[in-house]
Write a protein that binds this ligand. Structure first.
Ligand SMILES: [Mn+2]
Length: 401
């Protein structure tokens, strides 16, 4: 009976080792050479399961890259836990934590997308979870400087696989060098102002594809709570500041999913001034996903573009965990179809913001949906940038027929 039980639960090896150790106690050398590690003897290099291990994004390798300026990678996941400039519910400082938690069922060894036909965790690009930028929660002006310094630092780390980046036709910086792609995990949307500052320095003015229920180009002079210069920099005004500071390319950006209320038509006139076109949430029923996708691509063209995704673009029934929810949003399925259609654009950075897990369900529905969007971002990067020179040549050839 005992033999059967010990075989069943695999105890015999463990018991043998401990008996062996006991008998050889007087001979340390013999003990160490004969030592059998009960885990590694049978289970060496077992990968972590979805529910085990320290929680990095998708169980990826991780390090605090800000403390290792020479660390090389091609794609960095960078948490930015700042939420000191929100207009309604706070809590997005826990967004990076929630995104990592929501990503636990993503694993490098099970990361193949049957739709996009790529495993972004097993491509020739090295993806690293770079940890967070530790920003002060007490002083927004300083926190924004910290985000700026942290993002710039990561953006200037060396890339790991330059040849592959070249093959993927990715954009070089104005300095003639390749820079890592960063997926920022917010944080409230204000973090995109210092992010655009950093990207502008490397690439010049960029376009933005902005998924959101809100325009975030509010002119601070017309925005609620404009009581000081610092109060004017917040998660509803940062795109206006980015426009004023020249970070955004004129008339080359677009919002998608808009449905909030406005003070009046002047808000929308300011939005045009800031360089944005606009797709309403309701357009998806009137015109469909392909129309939305075509409109985005026609607006952006081939230039460097940033994809900035506020999770409130999704309906609060899908993603309740956000600070300023608005009814009538897209499903995660609709949004993911639109994202998938953006493969081939010249994307230089992604961010996902405004995930505020205190308002999530116990089932983490928001965090899981948001982490899946990050998987799509990674897949889009792994598939590279469409070679427009080749495509234009082909299009011309067809036209000539
Ligand atoms: Mn929003």
């Amino acid at each position: 009976m005992y033999t059967q039980l010990s075989a069943l639960v695999g105890l015999s090896a463990v018991l043998a080792v401990s008996a062996h150790g006991h008998h050889d106690h007087s001979d340390a050398q013999s003990h160490s050479s004969a030592r059998v590690d009960p885990w590694n003897e049978k289970y060496a290099n077992t990968p972590d399961l979805s529910f085990s291990g320290v929680t990095s994004f998708a169980h990826l390798p991780h390090q605090k890259c800000l403390d290792k300026p020479d660390a090389a990678f091609d794609i960095a996941l960078l948490g930015v836990p700042f939420d000191s400039a929100v207009s309604f519910r706070p809590g997005a400082r826990f967004g990076p934590y929630a995104l990592r938690s929501g990503s636990r069922r993503q694993r490098p060894d099970r990361g193949y997308s049957s739709r996009l036909e790529v495993n972004p965790y097993d491509s020739d690009l090295y993806v690293l979870d770079c940890g967070d930028v530790p920003v002060t929660p007490f002083d927004p002006a300083t926190a924004i400087k910290q985000v700026n310094a942290g993002y710039k630092s990561i953006l200037h780390h060396p890339v790991m696989n330059e040849e592959r980046i070249k093959e993927l036709n990715m954009q070089k910086g104005l300095d003639g060098r390749y820079h890592p792609r960063i997926i920022a995990l917010g944080g409230d949307h204000t973090i995109v102002l210092p992010i655009l500052d950093s990207l502008h320095e490397v690439y010049g003015p960029v376009s933005v594809i902005h998924f959101d229920a809100h325009i975030d180009t509010w002119n601070p002079n017309r925005y609620v709570g404009s009581v000081s210069l610092q109060a004017d920099v917040n998660h509803g005004t940062f795109f206006w500041h980015a426009y004023e500071q020249g970070f955004i390319k004129p008339n080359a950006s677009i919002h998608a999913g808009i449905r909030t209320r406005f003070a009046g038509p002047q808000d929308l006139a300011d939005d045009v001034t800031a360089g944005f076109d606009l797709i309403h949430t309701f357009d998806i029923d009137d015109y469909g996903v392909d129309w939305i996708s075509d409109k985005i691509k026609a607006r952006i063209g081939n230039g460097p573009v940033v994809i900035s995704l506020d999770v409130d673009v999704m309906d609060p029934s899908i993603v309740p965990a956000t600070g300023t929810p608005e009814s009538g949003g897209w499903t995660s399925r609709e949004l993911r179809r639109i994202l998938h259609s953006l493969v081939g654009l010249n994307i230089v950075a992604f961010d996902i913001v405004e995930l505020s897990p205190a308002y999530d369900t116990q089932a983490e529905i928001s965090a899981i949906a948001a982490a899946d969007m990050v998987f799509d971002f990674l897949s889009i990067l792994a598939l590279g940038v469409r070679d427009n020179k080749a495509k234009d040549g082909q299009a011309r050839a067809v036209d000539e027929l």
